[in-house]
Design a protein around this ligand. Structure first.
Ligand code: AMP
Length: 403
């Protein structure tokens, strides 16, 4: 790596999509961003935005056969902007990897052994890790000598104590099958908890923060002095908060009940709980904008969905308040957390005795900046902190390869 190599390409490979951003870590500038979707179908689409030149978004449509073809198309688009993957200014590629199990506690330089280990975790991440591995293999084949780094969604949560990470089931069975609580969205929780400390003018070590990552997937975490001590997702992203299409917490016996009495297979129940539950299961919509519109029109199903969502959220705020003992800030982030003022207001309503309150005027402000929405007199700060997982992956990747 030469001293001028300050660019990092961040890749987020899904089963039929690749999201990417090219960042310059010298100044944090975003040089390009894009998405390839419907890989393997006749209707594949690549949308590329050349941010460095301020040029128009470019699109390609038509079959992109596989991840190899997708990445080559991305490389061509970048090259057309003078940002090719063969540029000496490219320092590394950072890959988002969903499941790092208990082993990967930090961003990790990718080797054959690391890929094999990510493969070993496929049973606990059957949807995500295979796609992540495909992205890694493809990128390594394209630039074999370039450092590539895996940044794990689970890593930030590996500091959870055993008391929070263990399920109360037979230990031998749990250990034999890697059954424990891992947590996800870790890159976002790490970034947002650090940014919240910054907003308070403190070091991360000095503050306790409850982070509420409310996107289509949603999770809460309790962060003590910069280290995660509990989080709401578990073995998989199904546990915890009510999400766009996932149920979050439920009595595990619901599964036996449905298998025995509704004649549903394990796969059908899996699909029910992951894809047809949560907000969409409760009211037929998973977009909070649409739900709020329906609530304002007096729609009762939408109202119930909103209330169930907020009730669960409030329970986790209370639980993590108790886990932390003292709380300096509650931070809202991701699509719902950053944009849905009524969710923030309802989640904190009635928690004045815990020192939590939202100022209605501040809460109503729409902004892309990190900001406080609690009254100046509040004991606990309530913040809206836009997440930036790509920047965090690029930062962690660059820190590793430039060390
Ligand atoms: P994410 O997964 O972080 O991209 O969040 C996506 C979700 O954010 C969508 O499904 C919506 O429910 C929600 N969302 C996005 N924009 C808004 C908005 N302006 N108001 C309310 N909810 C929003």
């Amino acid at each position: 790596m030469t001293s001028t190599a300050t660019r990092v390409l961040v890749l987020n490979s899904g089963s039929s999509s690749v999201k990417y951003q090219l960042l310059d870590m010298a100044d944090g500038a975003r040089l390009a961003a894009g998405l390839v979707e419907r890989i393997g179908e006749d209707t594949s689409r690549l949308a590329h935005t050349p941010l460095a030149t301020g040029g128009e978004k470019r699109e390609r449509t038509g079959r992109i056969a596989d991840h190899d073809a997708a990445l080559k198309a991305v490389a061509e688009e970048l090259a057309a902007d003078g940002l090719g993957l063969d540029s000496p200014e490219l320092a590394a590629i950072g890959h988002r990897v969903v499941h790092g199990g208990s082993k990967f506690t930090e961003p990790t330089l990718i080797t054959d052994e690391v890929v094999a280990e990510i493969e070993r975790l496929i049973p606990v991440a059957p949807l995500h890790n295979p796609a992540n591995i495909t992205g890694i293999r493809t990128a390594r084949a394209l630039r074999p000598e370039l450092p590539q780094v895996a940044v794990f969604d689970t890593a930030f949560h590996t500091t959870m104590p055993e008391s929070a990470a263990r399920y109360a089931i037979d230990t031998e069975t749990a250990d034999a099958h890697m059954v424990r609580r891992y947590g996800f969205h870790g890159t976002s929780h790490a970034y947002v908890s650090r940014k919240t400390a910054e907003l308070l003018g403190k070091a991360p070590e000095e503050v306790n923060v409850i982070v509420l990552h409310l996107g289509n997937g949603a999770s809460a975490s309790a962060v003590r002095g910069g280290r995660c001590v509990d989080t709401s997702m578990g073995l998989t992203p199904l546990e915890g908060l009510v999400m766009g299409t996932r149920s979050g917490d439920l009595d595990p016996a619901v599964i036996f009940h449905l298998a025995r009495n509704a004649g549903m297979s394990v796969d059908e129940i899996d699909s029910l709980l992951n894809k047809k539950s949560g907000l969409i299961g409760l009211c037929g919509d998973n977009d909070m904008r649409e739900i709020r519109r329906r609530v304002d029109e007096g729609d009762e199903r939408a109202r119930l969905a909103f209330d169930v969502y907020v009730h669960r959220l409030k329970k986790y705020i209370g639980a993590y308040y108790a886990v932390l003992g003292t709380v300096d800030a509650v931070a809202f982030t991701a699509g719902v957390g950053e944009n849905a003022a009524p969710v923030r207001e309802a989640a904190v309503a009635g928690l004045e005795a815990l020192g939590l309150a939202v100022d209605a005027d501040l809460n109503a402000v729409r902004s892309g900046d990190a900001r406080l929405i609690s009254p100046a007199s509040a004991r606990v700060a309530v913040a809206v902190v836009p997440t930036d997982e790509e920047l965090e992956i690029a930062t962690q990747t660059y820190a590793l390869v430039s060390a």
